[in-house]
Ligand binder design. Structure first.
Ligand code: BG6
Length: 512
């Protein structure tokens, strides 16, 4: 008879989600993403006991390395970036499953070697023919790699086993290229085996948006145009482009994060209640809301773009975008972008959603602010409410994860004076568990074959449909020499045109 474990908290009825026998092949092992995010997340999963004991990780790259050299790279990355403590016994077991296959993406023999390596791992480590191919490489190479996987029989699962492919954003650079990318992947892998990573969806605070909205009674009744004045979604970074000129120039802030992270945030904030948290139910609601998003007619007045100029960050002098190594002095790539969007449905008609993002801004913060309408009537003297602004619910995605409710309250004293106060929920104060990294959650979900946190191709297409007209508008302005991104000093909150954009609507951006 199964006796309950007396040490287990009876409230914890959740079964641990542990991946079954499997392995991962990582393309792009020398890149930042692999070293800073993917490798540490794999170790953290192993350390938390969520990977199968025989898990294997095979690196593939154009490097003359042996298995041990690859293991050293992973070791260094884990030491530098893992979230959980380093435990020798966990490391040893994990590292036994490391293999390295040297080769180019067009090298048939290398892919033959990869096939043999995977077969050996199935034998030796019991990976059961289950493998995820993680393409942490520039999208220009996706086609070459998936074609090779197909030609060498690596993409096809046999019997009960599975094969999956994992791709990172950017999913194309416009609608047309996103469709092309989908054709490339879809030729080789069935749609249920394609996992697109938008790492924002792996963040606890992002998943919490749906929890807060749909597990409570007090938010949904006011979550609509009757009470909400507007919504601001901000993703501000204090860093510059660092060593990423090659990727960033020609891409810019709108393609880099609005098309994916910010529009995903918008869809979670604005969607209707899904019938369940299954991937299909979520996708239906996200698609519905994304297809209701429209742009205002005058894009010159309702969008803003900028480029950081020299200034200050973290107490140090920093150079401007056009002085960064690898950036053309004539580049018109934006490092700041803001757009106003409308959602044409019953819930949101008349409530603008303002999205903004930028590098080298005042500080690093991502938040969603639901700003409510003013009370219809204030039974106080004008001077009593001079300092009262609008109520707001601010969902802090990062850092300082939590939520703040801003409302008016009487200042203690003999007169009636009302001022804004904040009521705060802070993750760290409410929960003892620290949040796992987004990549831990997402990699585990790939290995479990659990799709809700991965955007579907349809969402990707809809996001490009929203953004393409803005990008075309900016490109036309560039061509005609009509306007270009406005310079803003590093360490400030972006170009004046972004402030003017809101001022036209009688509103101001929050200073987070
Ligand atoms: C990535 C962007 O998707 O997100 C980067 O390509 C950006 O430009 C990064 O710096 C920010 O991620 P996070 O999790 O630190 O907000």
């Amino acid at each position: 008879m199964n006796r309950p474990n007396p040490l287990r908290d009876p409230r914890d009825r959740r079964l641990p989600r542990i991946a079954g026998p499997c392995g991962m092949v990582l393309f792009g092992v020398t890149g930042d993403l692999s070293r800073k995010k993917i490798m540490p997340a794999i170790y953290d999963l192993a350390n938390r006991g969520l990977l199968p004991p025989g898990f294997s990780l095979t690196g593939f790259a154009r490097r003359d390395w042996a298995d041990q050299d690859f293991a050293q790279i992973v070791h260094d990355s884990v030491k530098a970036h893992a979230r959980t403590e380093f435990r020798e016994e966990v490391w040893k077991q994990l590292a036994e499953g490391f293999r390295f296959v040297p080769g180019d993406f067009d090298d048939d023999q290398a892919f033959e070697r990869l096939r043999r390596t995977i077969e050996e791992l199935d034998e030796l480590r019991g990976t059961g023919g289950n493998h995820a191919f993680y393409l942490a490489i520039p999208p220009g190479f996706f086609g070459d790699v998936v074609r090779q996987l197909k030609e060498h029989g690596l993409a096809e699962a046999r019997g009960d086993s599975w094969r999956r492919v994992v791709v990172e954003k950017p999913f194309g650079h416009d609608l047309e290229s996103a469709r092309e990318l989908q054709r490339t992947l879809g030729d080789v892998f069935p749609s249920g085996s394609i996992f697109r990573i938008d790492h924002y969806l792996g963040k606890e605070t992002v998943q919490n948006i749906l929890a807060v909205r749909f597990a409570n009674e007090m938010f949904e009744p006011v979550w609509n145009s009757n009470y909400v004045d507007h919504v601001q979604i901000t993703m501000a970074e204090d860093i510059g482009i660092g060593g990423r000129a090659g990727y960033y120039d020609g891409i810019g802030a709108a393609r880099d994060v609005i098309q994916n992270h910010l529009l995903q945030l918008l869809s979670l904030v604005a969607m209707e209640e899904p019938t369940s948290f299954e991937a299909d139910s979520l996708r239906i609601e996200k698609q519905k809301v994304l297809s209701s998003v429209t742009l205002p007619r005058r894009l010159d007045l309702t969008t803003a773009r900028g480029q950081y100029a020299a200034g200050w960050a973290g107490g140090e002098k920093v150079i401007g975008f056009l002085e960064e190594e690898g950036i053309k002095r004539t580049s018109t790539t934006e490092t700041f972008a803001a757009v106003k969007l409308n959602i044409e449905n019953r819930r949101w008609a008349g409530v603008p959603f303002y999205l903004r993002t930028g590098k080298r801004l005042g500080r690093r913060v991502t938040e969603v602010a639901i700003v409510f309408k003013r009370a219809p009537h204030l039974p106080f003297s004008d001077s009593a409410t001079e300092e009262l602004t609008q109520n707001a619910l601010v969902i802090r995605i990062q850092p300082d994860e939590g939520m703040t409710l801003r409302f008016g309250s009487k200042v203690p004293g003999t007169a009636m004076e009302i001022r804004d106060v904040n009521m705060d929920f802070v993750y760290g104060g409410a929960f003892t568990e620290s949040s796992p990294e987004a990549y831990e959650r997402l990699i585990l979900d790939v290995l479990l074959g659990d799709p809700p946190l991965f955007p579907r191709h349809e969402e990707v297409e809809l996001s490009w449909m929203i953004l393409d007209p803005v990008l075309d508008h900016w490109a036309r302005d560039d061509e005609k020499g009509k306007s270009k991104p406005e310079q803003y000093e590093a360490g400030t909150w972006g170009p004046a045109s972004a402030d003017e954009m809101l001022a036209r609507d009688g509103r101001v951006w929050r200073r987070p």
